[in-house]
Design a protein around this ligand. Structure first.
Ligand code: PLP
Length: 373
């Protein structure tokens, strides 16, 4: 098997697992207990919080643990509207469904949502953003990197605009964390979502960064965990694992060069071996996420043929895989042309070997030839 779906999820790093193990058994105490064992668990959690905060240049009091990217996105969007009786949100047409479906639910309750269009590379128009802001705008939510095509938005500029109009800026950085460095202060980010399973950490744990002073409602009521904002017993092993995984992804920068090399190999083989193909996305992108659109073939057929050869890629985002409909991201960048192409996402890792990259490239070329007859 060759796994080429790292944007869907990554395997747990062995060092991360090692760090987590003691917290399942020996250091198992509830971090809210006031006895010595509880205080010990709490101190490990606070250290993890501090380490995560330092990586994004936040204060540790601004890091809130959640169950992952979906929860963080929902919290950021729904509860900022709730706390401020917000009437208008600006987001984009190519957000993850964790953002889009949340916005749709709010629309049913009378909130107005502007979905910014994107160009053929998946970039928003900053003037359209600026012109969409009204006195009612309670939030701008634009993802740092797109999960299907890898395009990076100009979050520096978006942050500047948000600051100019005093509107909170949320960014879904779930795909970006670990691949690009983000300084929340420099970029003027008010809220940032991340998820550990995208950077070789465990599944089921994430963070919402909430800038001090941002008015947002509590997510879950109960105990006083997470400063009363998200109640429930802390999942100590997952929290420890997330901090360790993020540190490794941040400090082991050599990983990024390997990913680029592997992606270059796959692209070179596919682009030289087939025709009527485009690589979607922008130059400034996540190197490991390659979106190929082939004219005249169905993505599902291509994914199945590759699967039969033991190569795991996706026909779009994992969440919409299985559904035989063109992804909203491909529709947004390709407009009416979207239905005429079959698009697959090949997502690579520093764990991908050069041989695997070659094998993926060659298998795609072969499968495309077969499907085109
Ligand atoms: N946002 C983006 C951009 C994603 O790619 C994903 C997962 O694919 C999510 C949010 C959801 O994250 P999670 O799986 O941790 O709920």
């Amino acid at each position: 098997m060759i796994y080429a779906d790292f944007a869907a999820t990554t395997p747990l790093d062995k060092d991360v697992l090692e760090k987590m193990l003691p917290f399942f058994y020996g250091e198992f105490a509830n971090a809210s207990s006031t006895h010595a064992m509880g205080r010990s668990s709490a101190s490990y959690i606070e250290n993890a919080r501090k380490e995560i905060a330092e990586i994004i240049n936040a204060d540790k009091s601004e890091i809130y643990f959640s169950s992952g990217g979906t929860e963080s996105d929902n919290w950021a969007i729904k509860d900022i509207i709730d706390a401020n009786q917000g009437k208008h949100i600006i987001t984009t047409q190519i957000e993850h469904h964790a953002v889009l479906n949340c916005c749709e639910a709010l629309e049913k309750n009378g909130v107005r949502v502007t979905y910014l269009s994107v160009d053929k590379y998946g970039r928003i128009d900053l003037n359209e953003l600026r012109n969409s802001i009204t006195k009612d705008t309670a939030l701008i939510s634009v993802m740092t990197a797109n999960n299907e095509i890898g395009t990076l938005q100009d979050i520096n500029k978006i942050g500047e605009i948000a600051k100019e109009f005093s509107v909170p800026f949320h960014t879904d950085a779930v795909q970006a964390m670990g691949s690009v460095d983000i300084d929340v202060k420099k970029v003027n980010i008010s809220l940032l979502s991340m998820s550990a399973h995208k950077f070789y950490g465990p599944k089921g744990i994430g963070v919402l960064y909430i800038k001090n002073g941002v008015r947002i409602s509590n997510l879950i009521y109960g105990g006083s965990q997470e400063r009363d904002r998200r109640a429930g017993t802390h999942n100590t092993p997952l929290i420890i694992g997330m901090a360790e995984a993020l540190k490794k992804a941040y400090f082991e920068k050599e990983r990024r060069a390997i990913v680029k090399e592997r992606a270059d190999t796959v692209k070179k083989i596919v682009l030289s071996g087939t025709d009527r193909v485009t690589v979607n996305g922008y130059d400034e992108r996540l190197e490991g996420v390659i979106s190929f659109s082939f004219e005249g073939i169905q993505a599902e057929g291509l994914v199945v043929l590759l699967d039969m050869q033991g190569i795991c890629v996706s026909a779009g985002a994992a969440c919409s895989a299985g559904a035989v409909k063109t992804s909203h991201v491909i529709k947004a960048i390709k407009k009416e042309e979207a239905e005429r192409v079959g698009t697959i996402r090949v997502s690579l890792s520093y764990l991908t070997t050069e041989e695997e990259a070659e094998c993926i490239g060659k298998a795609i070329v072969e499968a495309v030839k077969n499907l085109r007859g």
